[in-house]
Write a new protein. Structure first.
Length: 128
């Protein structure tokens, strides 16, 4: 399990609108910005922090990277996805649905955030 993820952004206000909607959809709270300009969202023991890159260069998304958010149900994953699309995200891959993977059946909902980061809302289906 991770303790936190830090993501670079070129537009913190746009990021806040998008991620506030995602966190509220999964039962969390809007993010808090600190004196250093870092915006943090916390939920269920994990933190996602966004900031302008320290080196002053433009932020860019990780090619091949995916940030997964654990959902409590398929309905929550669907609401999370809908909130993301309504707040500047883009749906990617297949529409949200149950998929078979190496770890069993999972309900997956994929998005790209406004900065291009790949996200997934994931719910592990109970074993039959």
């Amino acid at each position: 399990m991770f303790s936190h993820i830090m993501i670079g952004s070129n537009d913190i206000a746009r990021w806040k609108k998008f991620y506030d909607a995602l966190f509220v959809a999964m039962g969390g709270q809007p993010g808090n910005e600190d004196a250093g300009g870092r915006l943090a969202h916390a939920h269920n023991g994990g933190r996602v922090v966004v900031f302008k890159p320290i080196d002053g260069k433009p932020a860019s998304h990780a090619n091949g990277g995916t940030i997964g958010f654990l959902m409590s149900s398929p309905d929550q994953a669907q609401a999370w996805h809908k909130a993301g699309v309504a707040n500047g995200g883009k749906t990617i891959e297949d529409p949200p649905d149950v998929r078979q993977g190496a770890a069993g059946e999972m309900y997956l909902a994929y998005l790209r955030d406004p900065d291009g980061n790949k996200l997934v809302g994931l719910y592990r289906m109970p074993a039959a």
